[in-house]
Ligand binder design. Structure first.
Ligand code: NAP
Ligand code: GDD
Length: 338
């Protein structure tokens, strides 16, 4: 059995990665979860409820990236062969409101986990994956690739740059098998509802079902290189299966504006987004990342990775899923009335 430890397993990527690893019978998956006053395991509940063989290979442990001793304890108990650091306060806008907390979890959290991994590496081979981000490029002109200098534009992005360089330094200083995956935006029906793609697909579906009247948005001119999260976790796994640790950019190589996203999502429901979308500066950022467009040549050539789902397919998948959710919500509302 290969043992994988995933931080951020309750998040979008953690859930797809856990699914990918558990689909291979020789993996045991250990996820790190935080204590919260109400359970937030909707994205992984289906894994715990699967057949007995999957259940036996799936384990959760309480720990927090802000708590080094909890990380060491889990590392010691699990003794993983592969560590995937996906845990983060991952919302860019929120990082302006909570900069110190964001940096603690994203930057120092990665350092804490790297160091716990280094301790383990003294007694057994262990590989480390760091979830780096295209946000690190910030205002660097597109296309952004491995040779593009970083110019981070938020507390979150600054913290990710720190974690990226610590990952490289642990590789160079201690010979740790540590990889940094610089992933461009990736989305899915499991995307958190406050990120722009999900906000748009859920908002459009709820408007279509008569559950909401308008959608209040920020900067519609921002452009992103959006891919499907299920494709991107494949790239994470492939990085740790190589003979040598290295860094990679993972992206589709296409960029679209938030406005195009709105047009596509609403028109697929036979709606015109201009009838429903309003602007509120609350949803803008003190410093914005205007254009992201990734060059994933190395991931394609070395890892043999390529995205299976394009922008149009992604939006369609999210719209279908959110329309189903909205219909269920409408049905529940209709029949729960006295
Ligand atoms: P997400 O859905 O926001 O999930 C974040 C995960 O981190 C959740 O499981 C969350 O747990 C956990 N977490 C938050 N604070 C923590 C803490 N103090 N200790 C331990 N765990 C903590 O994010 P995602 O979209 O899956 O992204 C996964 C990783 O990739 C993140 O590091 C993100 O920054 C990075 N990334 C994402 C993208 C993207 O487009 N999705 C692109 C590049 C990089 P709770 O459920 O308890 O909140
Ligand atoms: N969230 C949000 N809400 N974004 C909006 C809105 C809105 O109402 N209106 C416009 N936008 C714009 C933002 O200003 C930004 O330019 C763009 O939509 C994308 O915003 P998000 O979906 O919040 O994602 P992000 O690009 O800031 O960050 C995501 O991708 C990064 C990788 O580039 C997150 O997943 C990060 O964790 C990740 O590292």
């Amino acid at each position: 059995m290969r043992r994988a430890l995933i931080t951020g397993i309750t998040g979008q990527d953690g859930s797809y990665l856990a699914e990918l690893l558990l689909s291979q019978p020789d993996y045991e998956v250990h996820g790190l979860v935080r204590r919260s006053s109400s359970l937030n395991r909707q994205r992984i509940d289906h894994l715990a409820a699967r057949d007995a063989s999957t259940r036996e290979r799936f384990h959760l442990h309480y720990a927090d990236l802000a708590d080094a001793s909890s990380l060491s304890m889990v590392m010691h108990q699990v003794r993983p062969d592969e560590v995937y650091n996906l845990g983060a306060q991952s919302h860019v806008r929120v990082s302006f409101d909570q900069p110190e907390y964001t940096v603690d979890v994203v930057a120092l959290g990665a350092l804490r986990l790297l160091d716990a991994t280094r301790q383990l590496a003294r007694t057994q081979p262990v590989k480390f994956y760091q979830a780096s981000s295209s946000e690190m490029y910030g205002s660097a002109p597109p296309p952004q690739g491995l040779d593009t200098p970083f110019h981070p534009r938020s507390p979150y992005a600054c913290a990710k740059v720190y974690a990226h360089w610590q990952t490289i330094n642990y590789r160079e200083a201690y010979g740790l098998f540590a990889c940094s995956g610089i992933l461009f935006n990736h989305e899915s029906p499991r995307r958190g509802e406050s990120f722009v793609t999900r906000k748009v697909t859920l908002g459009a579906a709820r408007i279509k079902e008569g559950l909401q009247k308008k959608l209040v948005m920020g900067n519609l001119d921002a452009r992103r290189d959006w891919g499907f999260a299920g494709d991107y976790v494949q790239a994470m796994w492939l990085m740790l299966q190589q003979d040598r640790p290295d860094d990679y950019v993972v992206a589709t190589g296409e960029t679209h504006s938030v406005r195009e996203l709105l047009e596509l999502a609403f028109s697929s429901l036979e709606l015109d987004y201009r009838d429903f979308v309003e602007f509120d500066p609350r949803y803008t950022r003190p410093s914005e990342v205007e254009v992201l467009l990734g060059d994933a040549t190395k991931a394609r050539t070395v890892l043999g990775w390529k995205p299976q789902i394009d922008f149009r397919g992604l939006v369609q998948m999210m719209i279908e899923s959110d329309l189903e959710l909205a219909r269920r919500e409408r049905f529940a509302r209709t029949y729960s009335r006295p």
